[in-house]
Design a protein around this ligand. Sequence first.
Ligand code: AMP
Ligand code: MG
Length: 489
Amino acid sequence: MPFSFDNTYARLPEAFFARVNPTPVREPRWIALNRDLADRLGIDSATLDSDEGLAYLAGNANPAGAEPIAMAYSGHQFGGFSPRLGDGRAILLGEVVDDAGVRHDIQLKGAGPTPFSRRGDGRSALGPVLREYLVSEAMAALGVPTTRALAAVWSGDTVFREAVEPGGVFTRVARSHLRIGTVEYFSSRGEIEHLASLVRYAVARHYPESADAPNLAVALLEGVVERQAALVARWLGLGFIHGVMNTDNMSLSGETIDYGPCAFMDDYHPARKFSFIDEQGRYAYANQPAIAHWNLTRLAEALLPLLAEDEEEATDVAGEVLRRYPSLFQAAWGEVFSAKLGLNALRDRDDVKLVHELLDLMTEQETDFTLTFRRLTQTVVGDGEAGFLSLFSDPEPVRRWLGLWQARAERDGGSTEARQERMRLANPIFIPRNHRIEAAIQAGRRGDFEPFHQLHRVLARPCEEQPEAVEYEQPPLPHEEVKVTFCGT
Ligand code: AMP
Ligand code: MG
């Protein structure tokens, strides 16, 4: 029995989910099993790493204690409200509690149709499975709150998308799969009792420190506002673009969830987007903080019936909490970018301006986001300055900026070694570059998973020099560049 399930969501009223078994796949084969993660979750990885375990994670058999369900939720997608989305291609097997007492969902993605599938097939193509595995594990290694990858399985079936593709099943681990859209679901249906149950459940699971708060809905809103502000700041610090920040893809726990058409930027541009379906650039890099605020406003609206006794007062409470978001985000962003520049903090407007001046130079001269900060780190001790300047076609204004930055950094005091160490940890060497992911997916489609495993190994130590893997540091060559990514569907 690999999983010691301890399920709570399946104990909630039936309105919260639909009971549904995974649909078996034809000929499952392992692609990857994350044994380190399994061990940390108290899952018996030795038992899981077997034909029996494969059958569980392919959806061909239910492990003991599983209570498979598809969760109900709504969502604002690209600004428009869809009252009934729900898990159309995901099935929650159950929950496990790790040694630290933290509860985790074990969910199969691509395990067949559910009552929420609408016209979809409930399946995943191999590409999105490999992408989510690589990117979510890279995020975890970078210390960003995220769902995790427990396994990837080759299904032996084909799925029909833009083309015929091999299918896969992905096992996702999450603090929970509660989203802003889950709150919107009960609120939009006027099911206030269920809404209140959901709030109690979410606070107990994700904000237990607020269990005794006078109003749980207010505590939940405050908690989610704080964590989302911090999360988006972390994304910006890595050049990450989520791609589909719909309210159904924003977790109440504050983890990054739903790696669809996401990507890390190569050349920096604030308006960069990758998602094929995001024609307007709604979810472009620099829009993400404002979109998170917009999503949180939808959360506040959905919680209104519980925020206070009368409507006017509830609106005031919501407004008051939401107004804190910009300064929370600014503070989180300041923390992230001060670390990237090796400063103790961004202390005033001039410090903020210093960051923006560098970002502007990077935009104008189209430098690689990750490489720029890595080379900047190398200027602190030793002779990295030429390497940094060589990234820029017009080095003169950059040299001026370097002078300003060095003078500012010195005012913080401390040793240059300590500063460089701080920067090293804030400026990864290895990120999941899109062209590398694409190459891993292409090889995977042919049944060759070595590029996938190799990339995964490199990304597990993003801030460490790996001389044997220097080519993974490099931005794509012009012909390797990936301009758009497709949705996971
Ligand atoms: P996503 O864009 O992945 O966040 O999904 C948005 C909604 O579409 C969710 O309700 C998904 O469950 C549903 N969905 C996406 N792909 C499929 C599919 N292949 N089959 C059924 N439902 C899907
Ligand atoms: Mg989703």
